[in-house]
Design a protein around this ligand. Structure first.
Ligand SMILES: Nc1ncnc2c1ncn2[C@@H]1O[C@H](COP(=O)(O)OP(=O)(O)OP(=O)(O)O)[C@@H](O)[C@H]1O
Ligand SMILES: [Mg+2]
Length: 278
């Protein structure tokens, strides 16, 4: 049974409360705590940036948010439901509202699936509509990510990196998720293609209004895409706040260094588009 419909801007889509993540010991390497005392929330329609250097725990938190790895302590609450306490069927239902885009587009796509098959698969798995409706939805999604219909029958290796990431995005959006977790979705791409994919992400987010955790080591990218930011270092939050404030007036030394490392022109000088979400 679907829960009550929430007003936009009310309850968070996702909240982390004092989350700790420990990877179990393996092959003689002891257990490793990759995240400690992590608390933040993502509101409906909001893009939350997750930044920090390599190894700071960004992907770990993204995977926890997607329910892919368990927490050692604390709670992860998705649309009002604690993931650890939910029944399997409820978790399955909640998963439908979540999508994940990987850094490496190849990792999101099965090399044996055509573009159309990859985009249609989540619709098939969840039995959305009949075959005809699903195919129509695939065409709509291709158009949404600005891919021409003639690419539909290609395999991933017959596409450019940017095209592959557009396909991954179309697939992620197939079930109209409430929350899209994007783990460095443009890092593997050429600079010019990166800009195109970021434009696309921004436009789709504005049009479709999904909430997002946008993971990046690049503060300039997060400044452009996100409304709020969580800065991570060695598995802990060092700072969090609205992007404008964090950029203009970083409180932690670590954030100050990250801001200083952003090449000129400083993103603060960049005009920002008006957002629907405050
Ligand atoms: N499966 C695992 N088992 C043990 N340790 C792991 C595992 N996955 C990640 N780690 C460790 O957890 C820490 C955080 O890794 P994570 O991948 O979350 O970092 P990240 O911020 O995404 O880094 P990057 O920017 O390089 O992608 C790292 O020290 C990493 O070595
Ligand atoms: Mg990572």
């Amino acid at each position: 049974m679907p829960g009550p419909v929430l007003e936009a801007g009310t309850d968070p889509v996702l909240s982390f409360e004092g989350v700790e993540v420990t990877y179990p010991a393996r092959l003689g390497v002891g257990p490793f705590t990759a995240a400690r005392d992590i608390s933040f929330e993502v509101r409906p329609g909001e893009v939350l940036g997750l930044v920090g250097e390599s190894g700071s725990g960004k992907t770990t938190l993204g995977r926890v948010a997607a329910g892919l790895i368990p927490v050692a302590q604390g709670r992860v609450v998705l649309s009002g439901t604690d993931l650890a306490e939910a029944s399997r069927s409820r978790v399955r239902e909640l998963r439908r509202d979540l999508a994940f885009v990987h850094q490496d587009p190849a990792a999101s796509l099965d090399p044996r699936f055509t573009v159309a098959d990859s985009i249609r698969e989540p619709l098939d798995v969840h039995g959305v509509g009949d075959r005809r409706a699903r195919n129509a939805r695939v065409r709509e999604l291709l158009e949404a990510v600005r891919l021409t219909p003639d690419l539909a029958e290609r395999l991933p290796h017959q596409l450019s990196g940017g095209q592959r990431q557009r396909v991954a995005l179309a697939r992620a959006l197939a079930l109209a998720p409430k929350l899209l977790i994007a783990d460095e979705p443009t890092s593997a791409l050429d600079v010019s293609v990166q800009a195109e994919v970021l434009d696309l992400f921004e436009r789709l987010q504005e049009e479709l209004g999904f909430a997002s955790i946008f993971i990046s080591h690049d503060l300039a990218v997060v400044h452009r895409i996100a409304q709020r930011v969580v800065v991570l270092r060695a598995g802990e939050i060092v700072e969090t706040g609205p992007v404008e404030r964090v950029f203009a007036d970083p409180r932690a030394d670590y954030t100050r260094d990250l801001v200083a490392a952003v090449p000129e022109p400083k993103p603060a000088a960049r005009p920002r588009r008006k957002r629907l979400v405050s």
